[in-house]
Write a protein that binds this ligand. Sequence first.
Ligand SMILES: [Zn+2]
Length: 338
Amino acid sequence: MKFFIVVLGLFLISGLFLDIPSQEPAASEKKRAASAAGRYRGPVIDAHNHPKRKDHHLQAFFEQAREANVEKVVVMTTPNEFRKHGNDMLRNSRSYPGAVALCTANFVGFIHRKNEERARREFEWMKADLTSGVCGGVGEVGLRHYDKTAKEGGSNRGQDVVLVDLNHPLVLEMLGLADGRGAPVVLHIEPVYSPAGIDNLSKVKNWYKRVCRRFPGAKLIAAHNGMMSPGDLEALFSSCGNLFADFKFMHNRGSITGFQDLHPMNGLDSGLFPQWRKMIGKYPGRFLFASDWKYGRRGSFEDYTGHIRAVREMLGVLPPAVQRKVLYENAKRVFSID
Ligand SMILES: [Zn+2]
């Protein structure tokens, strides 16, 4: 016992005279400071967003977007909104100069419900909107959407499931319309769902390869980096010159858990994973920042300005020209924003 007290005493005394290394900035701090220096501060275009559509939500949301120097926000209905909202997103967002609204893909939800007649009617509305030019693309087209909250271990919140045939005639007809107009289409297709042992990865990859060739004029955007690995996405990029990937920053534990089998780009420490850093650096013209933010929804969607700050920080590790592309230039080009 005495021996230990002596050793402890010597250790403490030595600490008084030694130059304690913890005075040096830690490696992670140095890294953060370096990335802060090269961080992109210019205007942003958010390529994928779902604010609630009441005027007070939209007003407050676009106020925050302005504060965060987000010049344009591409707003669209979620794969599940066919259940209640129709298409008032398009009507309501029109008076906001920061909004670029996509035509709704609510017809997909009615295919899922096997209500073909209603699906056709919704499709014709979408077609009329696209043709008249009130919206310049289609989204979010959720062809495979599972309950990701089940991965959190028995959450009772639950997400509604939407599953449709990737080759349903209306889906192909919609891609044909986009092809003819050079329009973007935002596709949400979860290739795997581990809680139910579902793995459609090769089927989904083959589908992308087929439709990108059949509809070369359409700009296909695989939402959330296609929810596949950099290697699988790269295989699609090399077959499809008209394929892009939007990506989001996972801002809380729930979203990271929900995406655990869907290849998120960051973990809880907020850093961009090295394999994605490399991939974005290799294909800087193909990635679009897309928050997938749901302002007005309960939970953690209040601070959009803070979210954009965190995104700029996460991407600060990329070369400045690449940051500008993924945060601004690519979306400007793909969504034909002047
Ligand atoms: Zn979305």
